[in-house]
Design a binder for this molecule. Sequence first.
Ligand SMILES: [Zn+2]
Length: 117
Amino acid sequence: MTQAKHITGPWITSVVFHDDRPATYAVHNKETAPDLVADYIPDEETAILIAAAPKLLAALIDRNGDLPPVQNGECRVCGREYFGDDIPDDGMCPSDDCPHTIARAAIAEAQPPDRMA
Ligand SMILES: [Zn+2]
């Protein structure tokens, strides 16, 4: 995995008060605040979700690990078995509902297009 180019975590939220309209929320790096990640977020729930993004991404990357999930014809994540020509050459489970596949897709969505693995 290449080094992160985004503002590193942990991220925190803050309320931004305005004179002429309802308060909005912002997300900052916790240690280097006010390094701004996002601003003018309309609700707290969305700001909290954005602030959790670095931890969520790190957890998915850690959960998936470095080894391909299919070992000796069996996916160590979803338990599906593959035989003969159905064994994936790259070791990646081809099942769309395998948690490893879902996590891999989410990790790819969080990366710039040129870094998709
Ligand atoms: Zn699987």
